[in-house]
Write a protein that binds this ligand. Structure first.
Ligand SMILES: NC(=O)c1ccc[n+]([C@@H]2O[C@H](COP(=O)([O-])OP(=O)(O)OC[C@H]3O[C@@H](n4cnc5c(N)ncnc54)[C@H](OP(=O)(O)O)[C@@H]3O)[C@@H](O)[C@H]2O)c1
Length: 395
């Protein structure tokens, strides 16, 4: 009898996680098939993907792009959709076993939530949606019975460690961080680092936004908040260690002093493949981990206030709860874009986020509308501060 393949929808298929997911699917075409693809603006790459994988539907951000895309792929028979409505229609109406959520930033929130509300299992890479709306995503998943499988390597590591143990004995978890490209740089040299230098991540090849977040360690702060929601943990149970080799992805400590860790090469195809094949495991296409060759594994405390002030702010937002994580994420998204566009210096990312943090008036989050209202308000505030910084440079 012919085995049925798992049907996969990929949100953010033209990005780093999206492409790695397609690599895994290419390797296991007997196990997985692509049901739907969604991307932002890169319609040339999306057109190639449509021609290769022939999904039932594909969505792009702008309506104008959807018309140009349709012209490129008319022979494939794929239904072309546009905008947030198009993404929502795709994740809701297509038959699929798993939705890989890999759009960057809060833009990934609505389709991720729509997938969970439609009862679809989600492989979650888009940490920002969990940071800003963890309670809403968890509620939707428990209402429909959909499963959220982490893709972030650290959260996949915790998820895997917890398969072997009972959660009630868990004491705390440690997420590891490489420390980014500036871990060993003198503090006095940090503020002026260029975009090119900040994008040279020592271990991982990733999209631009998450690579800058790794250099500031905001990424690890967002991951702490993501872990709180994914694993129902208290802030004091969430710890971070700098581990420059990026081989141990997370550690889970139990009441009796035992610590379980998950180790693998720093390649996102490993946690992506696990999320796709879960609860099964498939042969890896990568060479085996050679610990004797790696030789040593180092761990350090995080210098929160001096070297990584954005991590410090993220930890404060985790403790403060309410609307703080939404504000933090919005200010950071805007500041990182401004840095990538060359408008501000590396050190000024922190200045913008810190400014928004100081000005923020916390409120409860009762709906998705509350989240988007705080997101918008923070972006306006961050933009005003950004303009002041830019104007000062012009003088
Ligand atoms: N890369 C990693 O190794 C890694 C590891 C762990 C977690 N993550 C998380 O995974 C997510 C994706 O990261 P990435 O590195 O893959 O980012 P990326 O390379 O920048 O890709 C982002 C994807 O999102 C799409 N996109 C952006 N804005 C969109 C919008 N408004 N509507 C629809 N699509 C949109 C982009 O489309 P276009 O390019 O076509 O515009 C692209 O396909 C992030 O949340 C990141 O934190 C990434």
């Amino acid at each position: 009898m012919k085995k049925t393949r798992k049907k996969i929808i990929i949100l953010g298929s033209t990005g780093s996680i999206g492409e790695s997911t397609l690599d895994v699917i290419r390797l296991y075409q007997d196990k997985f098939e692509v049901a739907g693809l969604a991307a932002g603006k890169n319609i040339n790459l999306l057109a190639q993907q449509i021609k290769e994988f022939k999904p039932q539907a594909a969505a792009v951000k702008a309506a104008g792009d959807s018309i140009r895309l349709l012209k490129k792929v008319s022979a494939a028979g794929t239904k072309i959709l546009a905008g947030e409505e198009g993404e929502a229609e795709m994740v809701t109406s297509l038959k699929a076993d798993l939705v890989v959520s890999a759009i960057t930033g809060i833009a990934g929130l609505k389709p991720t939530l729509a997938a969970l509300e439609a009862g679809k299992n989600v492989a979650l890479a888009n940490k920002e949606s969990m940071v800003v709306a963890g309670q809403f995503l968890k509620k939707a998943a428990s209402r429909t019975g959909a499963r959220i499988i982490p893709v972030d390597s650290e959260h996949s590591a915790i998820f895997q460690c917890l398969q072997q143990a009972r959660k009630k004995f868990l004491k705390r978890i440690y997420l590891t961080a490489s420390g980014g490209p500036f871990f060993r740089l003198p503090l006095s040299d940090l503020a002026d680092r260029s975009v090119e230098e900040a994008l040279k991540h020592p271990r991982w090849a990733m999209g631009k936004k998450v690579t800058i977040d790794s250099a500031t360690l905001m990424n690890k702060g967002l991951e702490l908040i993501e872990a709180k929601w994914l694993f129902d943990l208290q802030p004091e149970q969430l710890q971070v260690l700098i581990h420059p080799q990026s081989i141990v992805h997370a550690l889970v400590e139990f009441q009796d002093g035992s610590v379980l860790a998950q180790l693998s090469q720093a390649d996102m195809r490993i946690p992506i493949q696990y999320a796709l094949s879960y609860p099964e495991r498939l042969e890896s296409c990568l060479p085996p981990l050679n610990l004797a060759e790696i030789n040593k594994l180092e761990f350090y405390q995080v210098d929160e206030e001096e070297r990584y002030p954005l991590f410090f702010l993220a930890r404060k937002a985790l403790l403060a709860g309410q609307s703080y994580p939404v504000m933090l994420n919005a200010a950071n998204e805007l500041a990182v874009s401004a840095f990538l566009e060359g408008k501000i210096k590396f050190g000024e990312i922190n200045q913008i986020v810190e400014y928004c943090y100081r000005q923020h008036q916390p409120s409860e989050l009762n709906s998705l509308e509350d989240i988007f209202a705080i997101d918008q308000k923070t972006r306006i505030m961050a933009k005003q501060y950004l303009n002041q910084l830019v104007n000062m440079k012009g003088k």
